[in-house]
Design a protein around this ligand. Structure first.
Ligand SMILES: NC(=O)c1ccc[n+]([C@@H]2O[C@H](COP(=O)([O-])OP(=O)(O)OC[C@H]3O[C@@H](n4cnc5c(N)ncnc54)[C@H](O)[C@@H]3O)[C@@H](O)[C@H]2O)c1
Length: 325
């Protein structure tokens, strides 16, 4: 059994990671400030489901806390003596980061610094950091590979994530801190984020929410199902690697318009999305080279987009539509 600090535990990827860790018997101390970037009721429902489905709910401890709360984080680390820190908490909206860049830098960079400082003070447990495919910007190197310099981010959000990756390197160099940055590629699935496309298409179909479709859906995304991402996160938590940056995607991009069509087929209804020009912060393409993840983490994505959309649709129908959460 490992003692794990999991930040962002109430969020999409965090709550799924919590469930997987609890199922293998780890003790999970979850931290999240339950902010209102999207409806906090969704986050509370995620936490509730984590508790309800845990084999031993006693092994899930949750603290509503901000990762920038230096003394709070320090107290938690002193009390538990974590074996691993999995840091997923972040402000995660590319477009929203343009409106409030200071918040994004504050949480994503200084919040990460706060956790790294706590790791240093308390036995430097291996540190897994959630980074993003957005750090590649509009690179010409396709598929995206970790050796790319990734120094042309298109918005404050990817700039803050790239900066945090670099900060991780400083801590590795200076203090021998194990630090693995995982660059996630467009994650979707159970407990998905309401601000992301898969969820928004269904909200458009069933709730009439107005949803833009950028560039008429003519952009590719390397959609990756949540269970595959969680598999990679757990593998990284189990394998301290010094300093590493690793893509976690599927390695098979799909056209956004085709992804939308798949969702419509599952839902049995057409959406009514509004065509909008491509925003300046958006990438035309995301496409992961996942060789490094395979080699270092034994990572092997298993869900096709068809299977993933099917699973996501069932979750949305049973949870969001039926239960209203
Ligand atoms: N979902 C994706 O496709 C994707 C892609 C690339 C990277 N990521 C990264 O993965 C991580 C998880 O993303 P997600 O999709 O689950 O997003 P999410 O918004 O559902 O989860 C992030 C959680 O962090 C919490 N949080 C934000 N600021 C905080 C703070 N100051 N203190 C404590 N908690 C705070 C939020 O309340 C939220 O519950 C993020 O770091 C995100 O940047 C996600």
């Amino acid at each position: 059994m490992k003692k794990i600090l999991l930040t962002g535990a109430a969020g999409f990827i965090g709550s799924n990671a919590a469930t997987a860790l609890l199922h293998r018997g780890d003790l999970v101390v979850g931290v999240d400030n339950l902010n209102d970037y999207y409806d906090p009721a969704r986050k509370r429902a995620n936490l509730e489901e984590v508790r309800r489905t845990a084999p031993d709910p006693e092994k899930f401890v949750f603290h509503r806390m901000d990762i920038r709360d230096e003394s709070g984080i320090d107290r938690l680390c002193a009390k538990h003596g974590f074996d691993v820190m999995i840091h997923l908490a972040a402000m995660a909206g590319v477009r929203a980061s343009i409106e409030d860049p200071k918040l994004y830098l504050d949480v994503n960079l200084l919040g990460t610094l706060n956790l790294l400082k706590a790791a240093r003070r308390h036995g430097h447990p291996p540190f897994v950091f959630a980074s993003t495919s957005s750090v590649y910007g509009r690179t010409k190197v396709i598929p995206f590979i970790e050796t790319d310099r990734a120094d042309h981010p298109l918005a404050p959000y990817p700039a803050s994530k790239r900066a945090a990756e670099l900060l991780g390197h400083s801590y590795f160099h200076l203090f021998g801190q194990d630090f693995t940055a995982l660059r996630f590629f467009t994650v979707y699935g159970r407990r998905g984020r309401p601000d992301m496309m898969a969820y928004k298409v269904l909200d458009n179909i069933f709730k009439g929410v107005e949803v833009p479709l950028y560039n008429n859906g003519q952009m590719h995304r390397d959609w990756t199902y949540i269970d595959d991402i969680v598999q990679g996160v757990l593998a990284a938590a189990d394998r301290p690697l010094g300093y590493e940056v690793i893509n976690l995607g599927r390695g098979k991009p799909t056209l956004l318009a085709d992804f939308v069509r798949l969702i419509e087929e599952k839902a049995g209804k057409r959406s009514n999305l509004i065509d909008r020009p491509m925003p300046a912060a958006d990438m035309e393409f995301t496409y992961a080279n996942i060789d490094r993840a395979k080699e270092l983490l034994g990572y092997e994505p298993t869900m096709s987009v068809e299977q993933g959309v099917d699973a996501f649709w069932h979750w949305y129908r049973d949870t969001v539509m039926e239960a209203g959460t």
